[in-house]
Write a protein of this length. Structure first.
Length: 158
């Protein structure tokens, strides 16, 4: 299906929810360090992640390590400051969907890499028509929206 990529996630409950979405859709979850919580077995049990064994989760020591091991051919950055709506994204099986950390998203160097490698159209946002006082969606919500949009685009209707 898709590769869900979390760059430096900070909140374990969000990552747990995203793991459940990945398991439900058959997506691979990539977690890029550093992260803001423990990923060991004890921490997962304490957080109630008893389904974690169903998640195809790959941890990467850094952004550079992720790029070296995965070499994504198609990647979409989902950002509150994306230049295009995700409605324009032509998602395909095997695409990498990248999300930044909860407090700050991704840095300008990551945005530049995505836009230089894949084009500005691969830096997308999820529209929020009623934005007064709301700067972004919850990370787990944004990932679920993107992943299910990918499912919609790649699954025959009927």
């Amino acid at each position: 299906m898709f590769h869900l990529v979390l760059l430096n996630p900070e909140i374990p409950n969000n990552t747990g929810n995203i793991g459940r979405t990945a398991a439900a859709l058959g997506c691979t979850l990539h977690i890029i360090h550093p992260i803001g919580f423990d990923m060991d077995e004890k921490a997962r049990r304490r957080a109630g992640l008893d389904y974690w064994h169903l998640v195809d989760c790959r941890e990467h020591a850094s952004w550079d390590a992720f790029l070296a091991s995965e070499r994504p051919q198609r990647l979409w950055l989902f950002s509150a400051r994306g230049s295009a709506s995700y409605f324009s994204a032509d998602l395909r099986r095997g695409d990498y969907l990248l999300f930044g950390k909860e407090s700050a998203g991704v840095g300008p160097e990551t945005v530049a890499w995505v836009e230089n490698t894949f084009g500005a159209g691969h830096n997308v946002h999820i529209p929020m028509p009623a934005t007064d006082g709301v700067r972004s969606l919850n990370l787990a919500t944004a990932v679920a929206i993107a992943a299910y949009e990918g499912l919609r685009q790649t699954t025959a209707t009927g």
